[in-house]
Ligand binder design. Structure first.
Ligand code: ADP
Ligand code: MG
Length: 246
């Protein structure tokens, strides 16, 4: 579903070159749950932005849904099939847009259904992500971070994506809300097939929500390990991340 081959991304910072992503190759199968672990500055967010086509690699090849991205003519299908979720929902939801308007956007942008049907669909999605129906009349600043992330998840899922890219989506939440959002994500993944790449500095969190974990350090992959075999990690950096998340 995604394939990266020798992907590099370099930035020039104050006259020196930062190798943010340094010769990274891996692939993600349909419906697979892949984690990317690593400390801050290891290149996780850059890697997700490259997959999301928000940035171009300095070198290397990227295939999305079987297509070489440099040959893509029409991005509409790709943009609908691939969704991204970030740490801070307030940076994603316009402050003067109520949540119903925010949830209606994809129905309108992609012509999914007429407004009346879309509003009914939204009502069902809101129930499905365990939120009160009345929340759709609220504005983002009137709602908690954990509730907003569930609204964002509902908006992603209603588009029926093939791939979702998560960049630390629960890092700003307290432990209770973090667990609620992660449990919800697992429920949604069981019900509706999609693959995801989940980035986190917390390797213990990744173990709970992924099949396989790729460990990055200084832009490079240092180890790839099945999530349930994390205890058997051999690379000292992976071991240090495991220690840090206990
Ligand atoms: P992570 O998400 O793992 O914390 P990032 O991908 O954000 O890591 O950053 C990796 C490296 O690339 C860091 O050294 C960071 O300073 C640098 N970097 C990231 N984005 C940019 C940018 N837009 N311009 C310059 N340097 C960047
Ligand atoms: Mg980051």
């Amino acid at each position: 579903m995604i394939q990266l081959e020798n992907i590099c991304k370099q930035y020039i910072n104050h006259n020196h070159t930062v190798h943010a992503v340094d010769n990274v190759s891996f692939s993600v199968a349909p419906n697979e749950r892949v984690g990317i672990a690593g400390g801050s500055g290891s290149g996780k967010s850059t890697l997700l932005r490259l997959i999301a086509l928000l940035e171009k690699p300095t070198s290397g090849n990227l295939w999305l849904f079987g297509k070489d991205v440099t040959s893509i003519q029409n991005y509409t299908d790709i943009y609908r099939s691939m969704q991204m979720m970030f740490q801070n929902p307030l940076a994603v939801i316009p402050p003067r847009m109520n949540l119903e308007a925010f949830l209606l956007e994809p129905y309108i942008n992609y012509g999914l259904m007429d407004i009346a049907a879309a509003k009914e669909d939204i009502r069902q999605w809101i129930q499905h992500v365990d939120l009160p129906e009345t929340i759709v009349n609220k504005y983002p600043h009137e709602v908690s971070g954990g509730q907003l992330q569930r609204v964002v998840l509902a908006r992603i899922m209603l588009m029926n994506p093939k791939l979702v890219l998560f960049d630390e989506p629960t890092s700003a939440l307290d432990a209770v809300n973090q667990k609620l959002v992660l449990d919800l994500l697992q429920k949604l993944h069981r019900e509706q097939p999609f693959g995801y790449v989940f980035v986190s500095h917390d390797i213990g969190l990744l173990q709970a929500v992924t099949d396989r974990i790729i460990v990055m350090k200084d832009g490079q992959i240092v180890e790839t390990i099945e999530s349930k075999r994390l205890k058997e990690a051999v690379h000292p950096y992976t071991k240090a991340l495991v220690e840090a998340s206990l």
